[in-house]
Ligand binder design. Structure first.
Ligand SMILES: [Zn+2]
Length: 373
């Protein structure tokens, strides 16, 4: 898929690269267009974003060069250059696309330790900085012969190998290049805020087809309900309340089309069911029960009325179905085979409820149809 330089500190925060153009590129319409085309290509195919530099400390300057193109790998700190000869006609936006790959932490594909299975590298360049195998960086996925980070055979120092690459080099990001960039930059922040400290539980739910968030502070019992902006840019508090302290698990579910919350206290075994007000202003307790103490987690299973799967780190689990009036729960299945499943998740497959179970220590996974309905 790609070859990446190790080290998180080399990445651009939030995948955003502040940049400027050297005056000689700014004033050369062709050179400027090649840079802009390359930036557009990156923005169309990856989460990387380029913003004109204002006061950012770390930034890229696109600069001219004579007979070559070059970039450092990853964030250097302060000003760093992407140099490229865009005036001689030797290089174009494809070269800038490649250099930007270095800037965001990609290495030459032909420097991967497994490259000799796929290409023939001329002995004269075995120690050339652009071809020399790097043993301590990180190859991602399979070797990508047509990666934009792979040198083409045109250079004459590297050739296709029978049974290996059928073509080598490329002028645009491959799907695998883009996938590697998403690996390096898995999150793109779109919103921010300040909630104050102490929230121990964040439970998302939909209210009137709008995403909301229930927040709970286990130590104080404080509760708020926030509406989440449709573009994710922030949250607005719409409701609040005071619950008892000490709930360890909270899950949201829908009952009769209305969002509710299920709370469990691991120390006391208590369960309560709360209905969320239609305007999100607060919650009203509508049911209660006790499922015994010591359960490590609750998984809500998406049905109306819902099922709850309550599990313990030793593998024991119980399945409960909530009454349509929320006044009680029926146990519909149990297993005490203490087989060490530590982590559970619900799954809807072909209209049937399934459960994924995972053993943290051994790495084993099981996917099961949930029969106990
Ligand atoms: Zn390069």
């Amino acid at each position: 898929m790609a070859f990446i330089k190790k080290g998180y500190e080399k990445r651009w925060p939030n995948g955003t690269v502040p940049f400027t153009l050297d005056p000689s590129i700014e004033n050369d319409p062709n050179a400027k267009q090649q840079v802009e085309l390359a930036i557009q290509h990156w923005q169309a195919n990856t989460p990387i974003r380029f913003v004109p530099r204002t006061r950012q400390d770390d930034f890229v300057v696109f600069k001219p060069a004579s007979g070559f193109c070059q970039s450092d790998v990853g964030v250097q700190g302060g000003e760093q250059a992407v140099r490229c000869d865009l005036s001689s006609g030797l290089f174009s936006s494809a070269s800038i696309i490649h250099e930007i790959g270095h800037t965001v932490q990609l290495l030459h594909e032909q420097k991967r330790p497994d490259r000799d299975q796929f290409v023939i590298v001329d002995p004269s360049v075995l120690h050339d900085i652009n071809y020399k195998i790097l043993w301590h960086q990180r190859p991602l996925g399979a070797y990508d012969c047509t990666s934009v980070m792979h040198y083409p055979s045109l250079v004459g120092k590297i050739q296709k190998k029978p049974g290996g690459c059928k073509a080598i080099g490329g002028s645009v990001l491959t799907a695998e290049d883009a996938q590697a960039v998403r690996f390096l930059y898995p999150l793109s922040k779109v919103g921010r805020g300040r909630w104050g400290p102490g929230w121990t539980h964040l439970v998302p739910f939909d209210l009137n087809r709008t995403p909301h968030l229930f927040k709970y502070n286990r130590d104080t019992g404080r509760v708020t309900i926030d509406r989440i902006a449709a573009d994710g840019s922030g949250t607005t508090q719409v409701g609040r309340g005071k619950w008892s302290k000490g709930w360890t698990s909270i899950v949201s579910f829908v009952l009769g089309g209305v969002p509710h919350l299920f709370e469990y206290n691991r120390d006391t075994g208590r369960v309560t069911i709360d209905r969320i007000a239609a305007d999100g202003s607060g919650t009203t307790q509508v049911g209660r029960g006790n499922v015994g103490d010591g359960w490590s987690g609750v998984v809500g299973l998406i049905r109306d009325p819902p099922y709850f799967l309550i599990h313990r780190h030793d593998g024991r689990l119980r399945v409960y179905r909530l009454h349509p009036d929320a006044q009680g729960m029926d146990e519909t299945g149990r297993t005490d085979s203490t087989s060490g499943w530590t982590t559970f998740a619900p799954l809807n497959l072909g209209g049937h409820l399934h459960v994924i179970r995972y053993k943290l220590e051994e790495g084993i996974v099981a996917i099961s149809i949930l029969n106990a309905l």
